[in-house]
Ligand binder design. Sequence first.
Ligand SMILES: Cc1cc2nc3c(=O)[nH]c(=O)nc-3n(C[C@H](O)[C@H](O)[C@H](O)COP(=O)(O)OP(=O)(O)OC[C@H]3O[C@@H](n4cnc5c(N)ncnc54)[C@H](O)[C@@H]3O)c2cc1C
Length: 385
Amino acid sequence: MRTQVCVIGAGPAGLTLAHLLHRQGIECVVIEAQSQAHIESRVRAGVLEQPTVDLLTEIGLADRLRREGMLHHGINLRFDGATHRIDFAELTGGQAITVYAQQELVKDLIASLAPPILFEVDSVRVDDTRVSFVHEGVERTVDCDFVAGCDGFHGVSRASIPTGALSAYERVYPCAWLGILARTKPAAEELIYARHPDGFALHSMRGPTVTRQYLQVPPDTSLTDWPDDRIWAALSRRLGEPGLEQGEIFDRGVTALRSFVVEPMRHGSLFLVGDSAHIVPATGAKGLNLAVADAVALSYGLGAHYAGTPDELAKYSARCLRRVWQVQHFSWWMTALLHNLTGTDAFDERLRHAELDRVVAAPSAARNLAENYVGLPFAVGWSWR
Ligand SMILES: Cc1cc2nc3c(=O)[nH]c(=O)nc-3n(C[C@H](O)[C@H](O)[C@H](O)COP(=O)(O)OP(=O)(O)OC[C@H]3O[C@@H](n4cnc5c(N)ncnc54)[C@H](O)[C@@H]3O)c2cc1C
């Protein structure tokens, strides 16, 4: 096969990129290791920033998310037994987030995608501008001008870059999140971020009868140590919701909290996009949105390249990294603010309280949280052709 861009990975980064390339008349092929059914049911993120929703609206992919997604104009912070609402609309001039499950967005992106997707590819190898793999038992190759490595943290793209060509920056936090999906009504109309002496908890939702809730747990936590009763008791206590509705837990998992960035996000004709280049702790709800922002920047650079302005593509990595580090900072800050990361250090505890106090009392501090949470503007803005 011969194409202009080979996109490895059909997550939010790869699918958004394929849409944006197609809109500019750039040919691409997407290859994906998993089956379509698997990626359309994989439970992960669920908060879309304002710039992500604006983009999807502009390119005609937001009909279902606008119908079924939940528009939130604020979040609740709970600590010391009190609830404080951070009003995004007031602090950011009317901006909001939309709660819409990642697997639903993936379904929407796949349903309307014109470029081909080859699912269940195996043994993927990247050699400069040639990508080889096995599909339906047959060895195949794609020759292309550029490769977009959108294959997540554990993919082959970053691993195919010679050691020493990239610098990695990493922080692993001494805790993880136990996340559940449950058939219960949300306890509040907007997300609740709770800081508690036992650890962090987050009450989120995926619809009027399904909640997504998280508990801070030790990184080596086994799900067998957390039967339903223990999960519900911990959520009620940490969220300060003694009457928290309990129901069937139909999905559960433990996710590590990690910050990770490689620089640069390019090696020759291979571009790293989304989780293949960076991971953020989930506290700020940024991973999916950052993947979309990278896809926008790369599609812009590739569009300019094929239109005869190659300099724009050379700016891809620096452009993305500026935003990536802003988002890393925000995600790290939210994590440190709301979790117990240093055990029972009383001095540290008081510092965190002082900061939370300031966030809810000083409009400038609340505005900083709100602006980052609803999403920083993309590094490039343009009118979609
Ligand atoms: C387990 C988990 C839970 C998460 N929970 C949350 C959450 O609660 N809140 C939140 O905000 N964020 C969460 N995130 C982060 C968020 O989901 C990611 O940041 C987002 O999916 C990044 O999109 P992406 O397209 O860059 O990568 P991915 O979504 O990981 O997509 C990469 C794609 O590449 C495919 N792939 C991998 N290797 C190959 C290969 N060799 N060849 C071809 N295809 C390949 C994968 O199957 C996948 O479809 C979670 C992430 C994970 C991994």
